[in-house]
Design a protein around this ligand. Structure first.
Ligand SMILES: Cc1cc2nc3c(=O)[nH]c(=O)nc-3n(C[C@H](O)[C@H](O)[C@H](O)COP(=O)(O)OP(=O)(O)OC[C@H]3O[C@@H](n4cnc5c(N)ncnc54)[C@H](O)[C@@H]3O)c2cc1C
Length: 438
């Protein structure tokens, strides 16, 4: 009997994966639980619905989402082709009419003869040797998530995501901060930002007054399950941060030989020391507010944020432990993970993983040779991150230029670096497309 690909979840990753497999002549069963079973965020029964913003990011290839989209277009992205028809004016951002786009995506999927759309909730992992692509997204149905733990174990499936801001090292003014570990234990690994009482009070007031992201009803209890946002701690009392994540004990400032009133610590985030993470700074502050308030801190006046802090409901696996570079489950090779559940973050990143997983699953059915994506491409750098990051503190990621291998430029010209990385990525993607016969 001819083998097929089963795709569970017809969101952004699922429709892209289904199309890529079907386009290669493979039969596809595509399961979607809506409209019969709803999620907390989707509003319709349409496939590929954008749940919140209508923007798919920048159109510029010198911006991360622009480069990722460019590669997806080269790979014949189904979603982007249709989205193009529903673009709304939005400057250099690729924004669409969300509902009309999702409606057309649904119509087009329904027209594809070798895709069988089955609108029912999948509660367990199908017993089959056919490739199964799990693309159930951040709001995966509860029964399915529960049953997934037979593969991932409970400890490697997460239901909530809290990340702290990450800052480029070359944007930190190191003259105003100092390296030290608490009580000088181990190496002086942390960057410490000392605050006097006045600076601390101003910072606390800024956090409390800042604009926050709206909390969705279904997210209201997450603060109790996980760590508190920094602004929430600030609200609990003037001293709560100084006794909590900003406690200065054991962090003597070598310039004054005294313990500051409060200390903000930054921890090295990558082996090359290109990035530092603000410790304990999970937050729901709007991104513009994070930039405004954190740039008032000594040494961070010119901080470039590689990633902002965030907190939201999110179902995802511990990618580095569970999947390989083909988005394939290490333990059960017919299973693939794509979309937000595999540890990527964002619309375009979800499309990227769905598209690539769809190609790999189809190639498996067709017994075709498979080739890793080069790490120098945006799609390859994403896979590289979610399969090779440190599993102990794995957090979902968007694609950023920081995930691509370093290129050297005179005087570290950042704009030029991005342009060079983009050029290499597009060139390498073209070569991969040819080699893999895409
Ligand atoms: C509230 C919210 C807002 C977000 N806003 C943005 C944003 O503005 N910009 C951005 O870039 N990213 C945003 N994201 C993150 C992410 O990019 C999107 O969630 C994106 O849709 C993820 O794509 P996906 O294909 O992984 O999941 P989805 O698009 O959610 O698709 C998963 C599909 O699987 C279905 N499904 C789930 N369980 C089952 C089951 N058991 N059986 C059958 N079907 C099932 C769901 O109904 C859904 O249709 C947001 C996430 C959330 C939760």
């Amino acid at each position: 009997m001819k083998d097929k690909v089963i795709v569970i979840g017809a969101g952004l990753a699922g429709v892209e994966a289904a199309y890529q497999a079907a386009k290669r002549g493979v039969d596809v069963e595509l399961y979607e639980m809506r409209p019969g079973t709803e999620t907390e965020a989707h509003k319709t029964g349409f496939l590929g619905e954008l749940v919140c913003s209508n923007s798919l990011g920048s159109t510029q290839v010198s911006a991360p989402s622009g480069l990722l989209k460019e590669e997806l277009k080269m790979l014949d992205s189904f979603y982007l082709k249709i989205a193009e028809e529903f673009r709304v004016p939005a400057g250099s951002s690729f924004s669409v009419d969300r509902l009309r786009c999702a409606e057309r995506i649904t119509e087009e999927i329904e027209k594809i003869a070798n895709i069988k759309l089955i609108q029912e909730e999948v509660k367990d992992i199908p017993e089959t040797s056919s490739p199964v692509i799990i693309a159930t997204g951040p709001l995966t149905g509860a029964d399915f998530a529960q049953n997934l733990t037979t593969i991932t174990l409970r400890k490697n499936l997460f239901f909530f995501d809290a990340t702290c801001p990450i800052i480029s090292a070359d944007s930190i003014d190191f003259d105003q901060v100092y390296f030290a570990s608490r009580y000088d234990k181990g190496e002086a690994d942390f960057v410490n930002i000392p605050l006097d009482e006045g600076q601390y009070q101003e910072f606390v007031a800024g956090l409390i007054a800042a604009e926050k992201m709206e909390i969705k009803d279904f997210e209201k209890n997450i603060f109790f399950e996980a760590c508190l946002p920094i602004e929430e701690i600030a609200k609990r009392g003037e001293k709560s941060l100084a006794f909590g994540p900003l406690r200065p004990v054991g962090l003597i400032d070598p310039k004054t030989n005294r313990m500051p009133h409060a200390v903000i610590q930054l921890r090295q985030d990558d082996l090359q020391k290109n990035f530092f993470q603000m410790v304990g700074f999970q937050t729901r502050l709007k991104w513009g507010e994070q930039k405004r308030i954190f740039r008032k801190l000594p040494g961070l006046e010119k901080a470039e944020f590689e990633r902002y802090g965030r907190m939201h409901r999110n179902t995802y696996i511990n990618g580095p432990l569970i999947i390989n570079k083909y988005y394939q489950c290490k333990q059960k090779e017919n299973l693939y993970f794509a979309g937000q559940i595999c540890g990527v973050e964002g619309y375009v990143e979800s499309l990227s993983s769905g598209l690539i997983a769809g190609i790999f699953a189809a190639q498996k059915v067709l017994n075709q040779p498979q080739y890793n994506l080069p790490e120098t491409t945006a799609c390859g750098a994403l896979i590289n991150y979610i399969t090779r990051a440190n599993w102990k503190n794995f957090r979902p990621t968007k694609f950023t230029f920081g995930l691509l291998p370093e290129v050297k430029t005179k005087k570290g010209n950042k704009k030029l670096k991005k342009e060079l990385k983009s050029g290499i990525a597009i060139e390498e993607m073209a070569k991969w497309i040819e080699k893999a016969g895409i």
